[in-house]
Each structure stands twice: as structure tokens, then as C-alpha cells.
Design a protein around this ligand. Sequence first.
Ligand code: COS
Length: 385
Amino acid sequence: MDYLFDDFQKELIKQANRIGREKVKPLAAEYDREGTFPKKLIKVFAEAGFYTIYIPEEYGGIGRGILDLVLVTEEISRFCGGISLAVAATALGTFPIIIGGNEEQKKKYLPELAAGESIAAFGLTEPAAGSDAGKIQTRAVKKGDKYILNGTKVFITNGGNARINTIIASTDPERGTRGATAFIVEEGMPGFRYGKMEDKMGIRASSTAELIFEDCEVPVANRIGEEGQGFMVAMKTLDKSRPGVAAQALGIAQGAFDLACEYAKTREQFGQSIIKFQAIQFMLADMATQIEASRAMLYATSRMIDNGIDDVAKESSMCKIMASDTAMQVTTDAVQIFGGYGYMRDYPVEKMMRDAKITQIYEGTNQILRMVIARQLIKDITRHT
Ligand code: COS
């Protein structure tokens, strides 16, 4: 699909691929085993300008867009789906400021994020509010020039390492989704601490933490938008970030596919390389087809967003479902092609299968996303009849 990119994007893909191959790949197995957060790679990503991509020029970015961001995420994820989150989940944590922040907030926070001096996290999920995000219980009560936050966020990607956290809390529980409000909470604000660090099946080079707010004092100046706009900010954020999950999934799938092809060429059984068997050829053909279909849908959705189309809940859900289901299928098939070796930790494909699983779950389970798609389909049908 090279012909579809401008010169900047072609260079960006090459650069991200080189960094993935030279810097990410050698660390992927160790960081997965040890659950190491990739602090030293954040410096590399920052120097490469990956954090500037989605930030407007007036705040230290280069004002490109979602397509460029997904291209970088895809390339890094070919080598490690966990490490790619140091970029992709920072974008997720930054989008609420870009979408709903005022001029002062953008001037204050975006330049350090663009420079990669800080990374960001997005805090929506709670123990009792996962798919039903409108049921959040974290409370924010205004007292003078501060809000006092109380509650717990769970499963927060980049948690424990993000200086800047965009948090959705309820300022008016009786109003449900219309009572939610978004805040920027900095590491070190009084009453904000980290709880449990999760020990996960996959994406182990990414941190996943509990964020605990105990009478946490957040200046009124750190409220994003007005009271009651938090749910809308969260939903618009997810519309922009789900293609990032699709890119992560696609990269993982492509990485597993490349290894499976290589292995199938070199592995000999019954006197010939196993790629000569139709059973393997058909598997590889299906894997490649699913990957290309996911890629086409992801790039099309990213281009829609970059062209200013706001109403993309359906398309961003579709590309996330398509790519994450593909990643799960392709990585499972890659393990199958590797046979017994694929099941062993000595080979990288079992990690890819573990990393792929989360892409079907987070930033909206694929079941919830089908609901989002169906709701939009019903609206479209009603509009056209
Ligand atoms: N863009 C802008 N506004 C949106 C929106 C979108 N994509 N989706 C919903 N909204 C608005 C609705 O228009 C509605 O506004 P009004 O109150 O003004 O009518 C409001 O948000 C509530 O929406 P809705 O009625 O659809 O809320 P529900 O509680 O029924 O369901 C879902 C919302 C299920 C879509 C939401 O809870 C969701 O996305 N859940 C998954 C959460 C998730 O992804 N979690 C992962 C962790 S975050 S990394």
C-alpha cells in the first residue's frame, strides 16, 4: 500500500520499522519475561518525534494525524505489542486535552507530552464500571478553587509511569453519563497514589495500574471542558484511540505472520519444507487475507478522522474488531505452524498470541463495540427510510 502514502509517511514507516527492528526487538523477550516498563525506549521514541505526531504545531507537535500515529504503532507492534503502548496509550491519555482542553491547558501540558518528557494515561475504568462506563463512582466535589476526588480507577495503561493522567469522575451522580467530568491529574497531586500493579498474561512491557484518589485535590483550572461533558470527551477520545488498538493488533498479526512464513520455508518434514504443503499454504493465505483486510479498514478509518469526519464511532469500532480478531486468529495459527516449538517460550510467537488477546478486550470489548456499531446502523437506517 506504499503508493497511498505521502513522502513523510513513507519515511515515518521506514524510521519506525528500523527502530522496531534495532531497538525494540532485542528487548522484547526480556521485557515480557520481567514485566519491564520501556523507560529507555521512550527516549528513543521521543527523539524520533513519535510523540509530536498527533499534537498541533502551536503546542510543540507537528500536527499530522491518526494515520501517521497508527503507522508508527503498527511498525513498533510488529516487534512488541507491549512496548508500542508507550506511544499509543500516551496518545489515548493526551486526546482528552486535545479534544476538550482550553488554551491554557494545551499550552501547559501538550509541549512536554510532544517532547516525550512526560507520558500520559487515560483513567475511565473502575472495578464496577468496565463496559458500562456510565456507571463510574469516582466522585469529584467542588470546594473553592479545587475539586476533591475520591475513588479508584483500575487497569490503567501506562499507570504508575504517566505524569499526566486524564481522569473521568462524576460531579453529579444522579445525572449518570451527563454528570461525568474530565480532569487532568498530575502525578504528585495531594491524595493521588498508585495501587496494585497488574501481573498480566500479555503486553507485559506495558504497565497497568490502579490509580487511587483519596481526597485528591485537583485545581478547578484542571477541569477539561464544563461539568457534565466528561462522558462525551471520553467517547470522542475512544473514537480516536480505537484505531490505535487496531494498529497494535495489526502489527502483532503482521509480526506473527512474518515469522510463520519464515519458519514454514525453513522447517522440513517428510523431506520438504512445510510451506510446500497445501495445509500450510491455505493457512498462510487466510492469514494474509485477514491482515490486508484489517489494514485497509484501519487506514480508511484513520483517513476519515484526519479529514475531519467527527462521527466515526462505527468505523473505529469496526476496524478495532476486525484487526483484533485477526490478530488473535493469526497469532494462534502462527503458533500452530510452529507446532511444538511455537508453544515454547524460546520462540516469540506464543508471546504474540498472549499480546494479541488484550486487543479484543480493552478500549471497548469487541462485544460492546458490536453494540456501538449496531446503534449507529439503526440510526443510519432510520435516517434513510
Ligand atoms: N461521541 C460523542 N458522544 C457520544 C458518543 C460518541 N462516540 N457515544 C455516546 N455519546 C454520548 C451520547 O450521545 C449520549 O449523549 P446525551 O446524554 O447527550 O444523549 C451520551 O454520550 C451517553 O451515551 P449512551 O446513551 O450511548 O451511553 P450508554 O451508557 O448507553 O453506552 C457505551 C455507552 C456502551 C457506548 C459506552 O459506555 C462505552 O463505550 N463503553 C465501553 C467503555 C470502554 O471502552 N472502556 C474501555 C476502557 S477505557 S480505555
